[in-house]
Design a protein around this ligand. Structure first.
Ligand SMILES: [Mn+2]
Length: 336
């Protein structure tokens, strides 16, 4: 399983044979899953394919400028259309996730679909049995970087344009925290150089993502840092938690608390950070770490999640208080 010519030829053949192609993104979509899906959909549309991009839930507002975003079908709003788009497809793509259950409410459609399935992803442990063809590269900065490499080395190269390049750039930039982590390979920057040659404007794109906060996002960050941050210096750990009531004061829009987990990790000496948010009947948890602390394993073992070595997610069906207790208990046993 690697980016050899054979796999790229297989991909070219699968796409040539397909007419209806549906691209799936993961739950709580981020810029990497959306950027890669929209970039590939742009290529497929230029080829005259019938293309649909489906999302389990609404993409965050700060991505609403991305080219193609208005065409996305969101399961929370258009469940039937999403189900049909997945089941009736000849070819399905999993963009930036490793198993059907990562699409939550779209999982059933993915399991019901008899389409050929292709994985393009950088998460660990893909569900190999589900896919007909896999491009699984956990060492890549982002799915967007991987997708670019595939396109650039295939006969789809001729379709590359500034819109595709910008959507790909956004995924690489956000998955690396503006080129701060997961990007120690020269190839990431060689690809960025190619994206700039295709017309990406780095400053404009950075501004539109990072200097585009809503007041609510800043205020919830203020509450988080002022009142909600708990630090365990001896254990090199910190976390912030938000209850449903606290989030609803700020409108609880998609992406409201995006990135807040990183503030805990930005504290001197802290190697493990978590963000707990109460959503519906569960607690959603993000984990970040520095150095050798494996939050992918930590999330898998304790919070039904996973992800990457230094960035992962999980969930808990305990109350927020009990989830905090469980986390603090685990932290008390840290030997970082
Ligand atoms: Mn990603």
């Amino acid at each position: 399983m690697n980016l050899d010519k054979k796999n790229i030829q297989k991909l070219e053949a699968l796409i040539a044979d397909a007419n209806k192609i549906t691209l799936c993104t993961h739950q709580s979509p981020d810029a990497d899953t959306i950027g890669s899906a929209l970039a590939l959909s742009n290529v497929l549309l230029q080829m005259g394919k019938q293309v649909k991009v489906v999302c389990p839930n609404t993409p965050p507002d700060f991505l609403d400028w991305m080219v193609g975003i208005d065409s996305i079908l969101v399961h929370d709003k258009e469940g039937k259309e999403v189900y049909n788009a997945v089941v009736e497809a000849d070819l399905l793509f999993a963009m930036d996730f490793n198993a059907p259950h990562r699409t939550a409410n779209v999982e059933k459609a993915m399991l019901d679909s008899s389409a050929k399935k292709v994985l393009i992803d950088h998460h660990l442990f893909p569900e190999e049995n589900y896919f007909d063809l896999m491009f699984s590269f956990p060492k890549k900065s982002s799915t967007c970087e991987l997708l670019f490499e595939i396109l650039d080395n295939s006969n789809f190269k001729k379709y590359l344009n500034v819109d595709i390049a910008t959507n790909i750039f956004v995924g690489i930039m956000t998955d690396t925290g503006s080129f701060a982590y997961s990007c120690n390979e020269p190839s990431t920057f060689e690809i960025v150089a190619k994206l700039i040659r295709l017309g990406v404007n780095v400053k404009e794109t950075h501004d539109i993502i990072f200097n585009n906060n809503t007041i609510e996002r800043l205020r919830v960050l203020g509450l988080g840092i002022n009142d909600k941050l708990k630090v365990f210096p001896d254990k090199k750990a910190a976390y912030i938690s938000f209850s449903k009531e606290e989030l609803s004061q700020f409108g609880d829009s998609e992406g409201l608390t995006e990135g807040i987990v990183n503030y805990g990790l930005s504290i001197k000496g802290i190697c493990f950070a978590a963000l707990l948010t109460e959503k519906g009947d569960k607690i959603k948890i993000s984990f970040r770490s520095k150095k050798e602390f494996n939050v992918n394993a930590f999330a898998r073992e304790n919070f039904e999640g996973g992800g990457h070595f230094n960035a992962a997610g999980g969930k808990s069906f305990l109350s927020l208080k009990d989830t905090e207790k469980k986390l603090e208990n685990l932290i008390s046993n840290f030997k970082i």
